[in-house]
Design a protein around this ligand. Structure first.
Ligand code: GDG
Length: 736
């Protein structure tokens, strides 16, 4: 039976060491809850780091850990202290975390740490590979493991891989500064489905894929090698029921049952009818906007002094990554700010800020949520922010107001909150006043909407939706009717080739035998290719023909000294083995002088594009242009050209990042079908990568082995992954 493997940096277990004994408990975080049903289903397994380094474990402890992990359906990736320093504290938290949160000034790029990131990602992938079987599904989580999908897919192509990023994905302008950007994107594209919290992150990711890797993107699908990768947004929810029920219990408890913290909070609330608590909870992280929040609160107290002695900011900051210098600096800054403001405003009966630098048990968290009239959540950048959602879930009387930064992913789903820009103190101060004075019926109206939405899209629903989408990617291949030219198809085809009497091979050149270059002149054949073509040319009873849209001059320069069969200019010119070039079709070219200026105007307005003037056609190349602008311009140019050529004399062909205009009476299909009338061919093979080759696939007899390069819509019967695979396949014709 197929299973699902979950992969995250940390396992969902809390492991503590007491001398020679390990104390292992399941952890209760949001992710663990969300993944519960996925993990418990069938033979599901969770792979991650246990939290203990190699150095901390002796044989006895290792055996204990292994047993306990197995009981909890987990497997550990073993990491050394050095791995943690370089991969986790180093690259993950000093490079990826700040860069993806737009803190470029905090981002360090160190090759040694990048090397460690790759090594440790490989360690994670290796443990997955040890546990995986064909047909299994893998769900990889977060920024520490961006390279893992590719590492698994390369070894285990018959598995389905999902990836979810819990932090923001930055805009292309930020991401492009990353020195190993291509590798990181390829790492993620090992997945079949890539999920983000919001559509904006998805949009930024697709933009990077288009601009950096120059891949084709249609809506939210990326054509990548021989696969389609789907990208979508799945806003993560919370365990709504757990928070709501805990809050109900809290508000209904007797005085005797209350915690000390609750009693102190009650004292403040009961001090006066307009005494109110403003709550903030976050990890002590520079992305959470803690100093800004304190300054904005100070600004509020100065702007609206009537609230002094009435409101109190209760600020819980949970220690986090305190080994990283920026976090230490933030802690110092926060301590100083709280000290200064408390010193400046406090009276004998009032301190404006209650500041807790520690983590609290869940029950105390609920005390804070239920006692605070206002939640003030002001991150400068935050993937989602679950605290905002948890606050909503605990408002069992539907009162309370949430002030939320629009820079948090959660803001997209929480329109009824008071949304603020965390850098605008004026707006924060005014929103605090508005929240403190908001009539109860308005509070309830807003809260009801929020609760309805968040209770429906819980964390369980989130993981269910992701898994549904991930499973659906298994059907994406079916949209494309071509079959993969796998080993067994190859075997059948080569058998047919061996047994045939007269054989014919049509090979396209660019994108098929050689990869694309920015400048078409750079795509000269390399020695290995010439060697392969020579051997194909020597095959007995076989016609091998290069069929290209290239002009005859280029092919003459590259292959003129060879005795190959060449068809150029999409079928205008033919060179038969050792004979001279002759024209297959007599073509008019007088249209060119009218069309050229129109195309030149497009070049002027679209940087990075250029026109290739061929004898019988004009090609507008846009491989080097900004992909989005080029896409737009190519549609415009297509409209203009088709309106000018309505008498069917000319055809506009869309190739791979090139648009070509040429006479309608010529195409590769006509040229190849003429060839097959020359003899009684009982084996025909044709291979090509773009639209111009579709004419050939369409016209050839039904029993031909038509093959597309790349995973695209096609009339061909088969497809192969890339130019390397083409060469590999062709070399089999000469070795059988
Ligand atoms: C990352 C992304 C994204 C906090 N203090 C205590 C405590 N907590 C719990 C909260 C909440 C969680 O920690 C914090 O979650 P956030 O979403 O607010 O933030 P990050 O830790 O930065 O998480 C974030 C998230 O991943 C999920 O994808 O939303 O944007 O940065 O659940 O309740 N829990 C307890 N004691 C505390 O003192 N028990």
């Amino acid at each position: 039976m197929n299973k699902t493997i979950i992969v995250s940096n940390r396992l969902p277990l809390q492991i503590k060491r007491h001398d020679n004994q390990l104390d292992i408990k399941p952890s209760v975080g949001g992710l663990a809850t969300g993944m519960k049903s996925v993990h418990e289903d069938g033979n599901g397994i969770w792979i991650g780091w246990s939290g203990l380094t190699e150095e901390e474990l002796d044989d006895n402890l290792r055996a204990q850990a292994k047993k306990a992990l197995k009981e909890n359906k987990c497997a550990a990736v073993s990491l050394t202290q050095q791995d943690i320093d370089d991969f986790y504290l180093g690259f993950s938290n000093k490079t990826l975390w700040p860069l993806f949160h737009y803190f470029m000034e905090y981002t360090v790029f160190e090759t040694e740490q990048w090397e460690s990131y790759k090594t440790v990602n490989q360690k994670f992938a290796d443990v997955v590979i040890d546990h995986i079987e064909d047909g299994d599904t893998v769900w990889v989580h977060d920024y520490q493991l961006l390279l893992v999908p590719k590492m698994i897919k390369d070894k285990k192509p018959n598995t389905t891989i999902g990836f979810f990023l819990h932090i923001p994905y930055p805009s292309y302008e930020i991401f492009r500064t990353f020195p190993w950007r291509e590798e990181l994107l390829h790492g993620m594209l090992g997945s079949d489905l890539i999920g983000f919290h919001t559509y904006d992150y998805e949009r930024h990711f697709l933009s990077s894929v288009k601009r950096i890797l120059r891949l084709d993107v249609q809506f939210n699908e990326i054509s990548y090698l021989d696969r389609v990768v789907k990208v979508d947004s799945f806003p993560m929810g919370i365990d709504y029921k757990k928070f709501h029920e805990a809050a109900l219990k809290n508000v209904n408890q007797d005085h005797g049952e209350k915690s000390d913290l609750q009693k102190r909070l009650d004292e403040h609330i009961e001090a006066g009818s307009d005494a109110k608590l403003i709550l903030s909870i976050d990890r002590m992280d520079y992305t959470k906007g803690i100093p800004n929040r304190i300054r904005a609160y100070e600004y509020f107290l100065n702007k609206y002094p009537e609230f002094k002695e009435k409101v109190r900011l209760v600020m819980l900051a949970v220690p986090s990554r305190s080994d990283v210098p920026q976090y230490q600096k933030l802690k110092r800054e926060t301590d100083e700010l709280v000290g200064r403001i408390n010193g400046q405003f406090a009276t004998v009966s009032w301190t404006p800020i209650w500041y807790f630098y520690r983590s609290m048990p869940f029950e105390n968290l609920i005390d804070l949520y239920t006692s605070s009239q206002i939640a003030l959540i002001t991150p400068v950048r935050d993937g989602m922010n679950l605290v905002a959602k948890e606050y909503v879930a605990t408002r069992v009387n539907q009162d309370g107001v949430i002030i939320l930064s629009e820079m948090a992913g959660a803001a997209n789903e929480m329109d009824e909150a008071l949304l603020i820009n965390p850098n605008n103190f004026e707006e924060i101060a005014d929103s605090l006043k508005q929240a403190l004075e908001m009539p109860l019926d308005e509070q309830k109206k807003r809260m009801k909407f929020l609760q309805k939405r968040l209770s429906r899209y819980s964390v369980e629903k989130w993981s269910e939706e992701f898994m549904k989408s991930l499973n659906a990617t298994k059907n994406l291949d079916k949209v494309i009717v071509a079959k993969k030219m796998d080993n067994s198809q190859q075997h059948k085809m080569l058998e047919a080739f061996k047994n045939a009497k007269r054989k014919l091979l049509f090979l396209d050149y660019d994108g098929t035998l050689v990869g694309f270059k920015n400048n078409p002149q750079d795509a000269r054949p390399d020695d290995a290719l010439i060697n392969l073509l020579d051997r194909l040319n020597e095959l007995g009873n076989t016609d091998f023909v290069l069929v290209s849209g290239r002009d005859k001059e280029t092919f003459q320069e590259w292959f003129g000294n060879k005795s190959y069969n060449l068809i150029t200019d999409h079928g205008v010119w033919l060179k038969d083995k050792n004979e001279d070039w002759h024209m297959l079709e007599r073509l008019k070219i007088d249209w060119m002088e009218n069309i050229l200026p129109i195309m030149e105007a497009f070049v002027d307005r679209t940087p990075g594009t250029f026109i290739e003037k061929k004898k019988y056609s004009l090609a507008w190349h846009y491989r080097k242009a900004d992909p989005e602008l080029a896409q737009k311009r190519s549609m415009e140019l297509n409209t203009v050209l088709t309106s000018l050529t309505s008498n069917n004399e000319l055809t506009v062909l869309k190739g791979n990042k090139v648009m070509e205009i040429k006479s309608s009476s010529v195409n590769k299909g006509r040229a190849t079908s003429r060839w097959i009338t020359k003899d009684d061919f009982d084996f025909i093979f044709a291979i090509g990568d773009d639209w111009t080759d579709e004419y050939m696939f369409e016209e050839l007899p039904k029993n031909s082995y038509t093959t597309k390069v790349g995973f695209k819509k096609t009339k061909a019967k088969y497809y192969v992954k890339d130019t390397d695979n083409v060469r590999e396949l062709l070399s089999k014709f000469v070795t059988i």
